[in-house]
Design a protein around this ligand. Structure first.
Ligand code: ADP
Ligand code: MG
Length: 657
């Protein structure tokens, strides 16, 4: 069955559905509501003033509309319900007027004003309420498609649909007494009651997560059976390189580099994640891995999320390897065609040992002579398709991920089920803890004083606001208002710069560069400041409306400062949720903070964890459904264990290719 076979759905409708990403009947059926409204008749005899109410009744007077401003209108009429007459008004729905005849049955939802006996409606529907509470699915929509149309399309596709295939193995379905897939899908779009809806949603979430975990497990198995690159031991050279560092590795760092060394020497491919706070010393570990890889005669590709970070890593790496003959190149968008060609040919003929750049390093048609190691970050998590892409190019490098989003081990094992994980808990000694304080908006004077102290020391400051523009002039909620206010306070002693997500990449980069060069002293931005950007002279970060952010996000943000041995400060400004925020004033340990965050908000906000293509779920949500995910993970492992080899083969082909 195709979309065009659905009754009532024409070419125009199909085009609109495509805008929602719906291109097949299955897409349509799995376009699940994101929430439900509960429709239940309010007993108006006991309704309170300003309460939200739902009534059904009949239109008692023809509606009258008033137009005001340019595009606004308000329509009012009387409605008879529960043996009373209410006056109903609703904004910007005058298009309903022609359908509101005297005697028409309607359902009115809105706010009740007891004194005037009026209801200011948020919605008006046609029909009569049933006596049991009714659940109305609400969908994300696009221009030109109404809730009603979408519901109709979905309903019409049910009537002529073959049974949907279950992806959960029958034994597991039985254990949990799951509903069938077809039943669940039907219920989710048209639930009779909450109980049945819960069951159906649970079933569909589990299926998605089970399939995802199964894929991860298959990937892991595949990797364990794939032969790794030929490597030899270079332990003494590694030790010598470590000894030449200007500092001593922390215990966790040491453990991690030796794990990498073991991975290299194992007969299988490496797929390892290093997680640890910003500044915990992950980068140096990646350099050491590159060194080992070089000693084995292989090339390394280092993928950074932005060109700024690529440049930063390039400079550091040059310094690190200055006494070796390792050839390093940087591949960025800024290079001329000729320069690019030179790098391409250097990679192809093996003159270049290490290349640093953004994701173009892998996705474009770069040919490597013998790529042995890819280093990447959480934003470039390789999904099934990217790996297939590497494989198709005949590349089987070892892969090292770096994540500055420390998360507790159980969750890491779930999210990154196909990787081995090294965690760096301890920050290098000698690094000063960031002093974090919590301030109310009424204490702005203290904040400005503290900022002034840093500026006097010729230090730089990050200021973070929740909005780009449109904040109230009195409030410091958007970057442009803040810029003005900061200019009033510090215009004589400091230069401001603004950074936000709607700026072009070149503009952003230019501002970052100016901040790095200390041409700007106060950088006012939304949360876009890149993870890992390293401006050592920045010693303070001031975050407005801090309660709007998760603890992990705030912790990430404050990681922008404290990048050298000068004392650094974070000031969180918030009138709300001060107890939650106070955790940050007590600890600088990212693992602890994310654990708290998980406890407080179900699973925290997992800042920085961009979900890769494989992780896009239609109904499950890794943040909210981690417990289901954990269960699905165990189940999928057990399931694979008992599956005969040829069936595993088959699953691999079906899911991974
Ligand atoms: P990350 O990549 O985890 O954000 P970096 O590797 O950039 O952290 O390390 C931050 C800073 O700490 C760098 O300047 C680095 O040279 C330094 N550093 C790394 N390891 C140690 C250590 N064991 N002792 C002292 N300083 C270290
Ligand atoms: Mg190996």
């Amino acid at each position: 069955m195709e979309l065009k076979d659905i009754r009532g759905l024409g070419a125009k409708g199909i085009e609109k559905l495509a805008r929602l990403g719906i291109t097949s009947v299955y897409d349509l059926l799995s376009y699940y509501p994101y929430r439900y409204e509960i429709l239940q008749r309010t007993n108006m005899d006991i309704a309170k003033d300003q309460e939200k109410v739902v009534i059904d009744g009949i239109v008692e007077s023809l509606p009258r509309s008033f137009y005001f401003k340019r595009h606004m209108n308000r329509m009012s009429f009387r409605c008879q319900a529960q043996d009373r007459i209410f006056s109903v008004s609703i904004f910007n729905r005058s298009f309903l007027k022609q359908h509101l005849q005297i005697g028409t049955n309607i359902i009115v939802m809105g706010k009740y004003d007891q004194k005037h006996n009026t209801i200011t409606a948020s919605d008006i529907r046609f029909g009569v309420l049933s006596d049991a509470p009714e659940l109305v699915p609400i969908y994300h929509l696009t221009d030109g498609i109404t809730e009603k149309q979408l519901r109709q399309y979905i309903e019409n596709s049910f009537s002529s649909l073959p049974i949907l295939e279950d992806e959960i193995p029958i034994e597991i379905s039985r254990t949990y007494h799951f509903l069938s897939k077809s039943e669940s899908v039907r219920i989710v779009h048209k639930p009779k009651d909450m109980n049945e809806l819960k069951k159906a949603r649970m079933r569909l979430k589990y299926e998605e997560l089970f399939t995802y975990m199964l894929k991860l497990n298959l990937l892991k198995r595949e990797r364990k059976t794939e032969e790794g690159l030929k490597r030899t031991e270079h332990h003494s050279e590694l030790q010598a390189m470590i000894a030449s560092l200007p500092f001593q590795l922390t215990e966790d760092q040491e453990k991690c580099i030796f794990q990498i060394e073991r991975d290299f020497l194992s007969p299988h491919r490496m797929n390892r994640l290093i997680q640890g706070d910003v500044g915990s010393g992950k980068t140096i570990l990646s350099f050491l891995a590159i060194y080992l890889n070089y000693l084995d005669g292989y090339q390394s590709a280092f993928m950074a999320p932005t060109e700024i970070l690529a440049s930063q890593h390039y400079d550091n790496m040059k310094k690190q390897f200055q006494n070796t003959s390792i050839k390093i190149a940087k591949l960025t968008g800024k290079l001329t065609a000729k320069e690019k060609r030179e790098i391409y040919s250097g990679l192809e003929n093996g003159d270049i040992d290490v290349v640093i750049g953004t994701h173009a390093l892998i996705s474009e048609n770069v040919v490597y002579r013998n790529l042995g190691l890819v280093i990447t970050d959480e934003q470039h998590r390789f999904g099934v398709s990217q790996r297939a892409n590497l494989k198709n190019k005949g590349l089987h490098p070892d892969i090292l991920y770096m994540s500055a989003t420390p998360i507790p081990r159980t969750y890491a094992l779930t999210l990154y089920g196909d990787m081995d994980i090294s965690s760096i808990h301890t920050v290098p000694s000698g690094k000063k803890q960031i002093i974090t304080t919590l301030k109310k908006e009424t204490e702005m004077k203290d904040v400005l004083m503290a900022m002034y102290e840093e500026l006097k020391k010729h230090h730089q400051i990050y200021v973070v606001a929740p909005l780009i523009e449109g904040g109230d002039k009195e409030e410091n909620k958007d970057v442009y208002t803040l810029e003005q206010n900061m200019n009033k306070a510090f215009g004589k002693v400091a230069k401001m710069g603004v950074l936000h997500g709607k700026m072009k990449p070149e503009e952003k980069e230019a501002i970052m560069q100016q901040f790095q060069m200390n041409e700007i002293q106060i950088l006012i931005s939304t949360t876009v400041i890149e993870v890992g950007v390293d401006v050592k002279n920045a010693t303070m970060i001031v975050i407005f409306d801090a309660f709007r952010f998760g603890l992990a996000t705030l912790h990430q943000l404050r990681g922008r400062v404290g990048r050298n041995d000068v004392q650094s400060y974070a000031i969180l400004i918030s009138n709300h949720e001060t107890e939650r925020l106070s955790i940050l004033t007590h600890t600088n340990d990212g693992f602890k903070i994310s654990e708290e965050d998980f406890k407080l908000r179900g699973s925290g906000d997992l800042f920085g964890l961009r979900q890769s293509g494989d992780m896009i779920f239609r109904i499950a949500n890794l943040k909210q459904d981690l417990n289901i995910a954990l269960r699905a993970k165990e189940d999928s492992e057990r399931y694979l264990e008992q599956l005969p080899e040829d069936q595993i083969e088959q699953k691999s082909i079906c899911y991974l290719d």
